[in-house]
Design a protein around this ligand. Structure first.
Ligand code: CAA
Length: 296
């Protein structure tokens, strides 16, 4: 396993490329245009600089990491030589199915096809290929260079051998794998999103303020971020999409997304990426400022 192709150069894709390149894998990073790719390389450079500043990486290692990444806008050029493809495109079923259909045609017979999806069924993705036993989920956590976990999702037909290969590969890049079977939300989001949803319902019902809810969970449960800040960090649209997968896939009212979350997404308040969610975000500032709407 040497050549890794990463599809999508957004937050997750550039983090995945960063980690593989730092561990001496050859990475082909692909996106739809050069602007997105240039931005991704700039982000990887900045994140490598944090490691250099901290003394956990040398300048030479930073240079070799960047040299291990080549960028592409053609799927055929990026994936025809891949041992493993990790798709980290938008969380959109139609887009993912189209990508996997193309990959199945382009890639050599031995190539393993992985998706970084946070909640779309691996079995469904695998069903559009002629190699469902070689399709698997590799769900990295944000920020990818920092978070240790890779949730590995075995689809209905994923072979034991492919699963073992991906478990070992995850360890080789310094991550800790945890395996899940392919049910809505897998493990991570089956457990995380109901907690976030309950925090939003608690805010909606006036049980607590943004600050008190997040403080209780940060200091009371030793979470690095409170659930409302984490929701902003993940993206409120992503949280809503995952809750809808849980609600539709498991058919229980307890997964119904909070109406407040639905309203915020409908209004374009998507969290950190849109500049406002439960908190307000200013570029360059690390201060946590509660959104005016939720000020007590
Ligand atoms: N890339 C690389 N390194 C980064 C980084 C990034 N994007 N962001 C932060 N870091 C590093 C910093 O350099 C720093 O490193 P050291 O400890 O080695 O000095 C460390 O991470 C901590 O960063 P900061 O001091 O800037 O900030 P912090 O202490 O507030 O930590 C955080 C930031 C790591 C994001 C922390 O708040 C945290 O762990 N939050 C929870 C993250 C989480 O739960 N992620 C999972 C989200 S769910 C998901 O991804 C899956 C899904 O499907 C929805």
């Amino acid at each position: 396993m040497k050549n890794i192709t990463v599809i999508g150069s957004g937050t997750m894709g550039n983090g995945i490329a960063h980690v593989f390149a730092q561990n001496n894998y050859t990475v082909n990073l692909i996106d739809v245009n050069e602007d997105a790719l240039n931005k991704a390389i700039e982000t990887i450079g900045k994140n490598l600089d944090r490691q250099v500043t901290k003394g956990t990486l040398t300048e030479a290692e930073k240079s070799s990491t960047l040299a291990n990444i080549a960028t592409f806008t053609s799927l055929k050029d990026a994936a025809s030589n891949a041992d493993l493809v990790i798709e980290a495109a938008s969380e959109n079923m139609a887009i993912k199915l189209d990508i996997f259909k193309q990959l199945d045609e382009i890639c050599p017979a031995h190539t393993i096809l992985a998706s970084n999806t946070s909640s779309i069924s691996i079995t469904k993705i695998a069903s559009v290929t002629k190699r469902p036993e070689q399709v698997i989920g590799m769900h990295f956590m944000n920020p990818v260079p920092v978070m240790k976990l890779v949730e590995i999702i075995n689809g209905f037909k994923t072979s034991k051998q492919v699963s073992e290969t991906i478990v070992n590969l995850s360890k080789a890049i310094g991550k800790v794998p945890a395996e899940a079977n392919d049910f809505p939300g897998f493990i991570a989001n089956r457990v995380l999103l109901p907690m976030i949803n309950e925090a939003i319902i608690s805010l909606q019902e006036g049980v607590g303020t943004v600050e008190s809810i997040d403080t209780v969970m940060k200091l009371g449960m030793a979470h690095p971020m409170g659930p409302l800040q984490l929701a902003d960090f993940i993206g409120l649209d992503v949280c809503l999409a995952i809750l809808n997968v849980l609600y539709e896939g498991l058919g229980k009212d307890k997964y119904a997304p909070s109406p407040l979350l639905v309203n915020m997404v409908t209004s374009g308040n998507l969290g950190a990426k849109s500049g406002e969610g439960f908190y307000k975000y200013t570029i360059g500032s690390k201060d946590l400022v509660v959104s005016d709407r939720f000020k007590s």
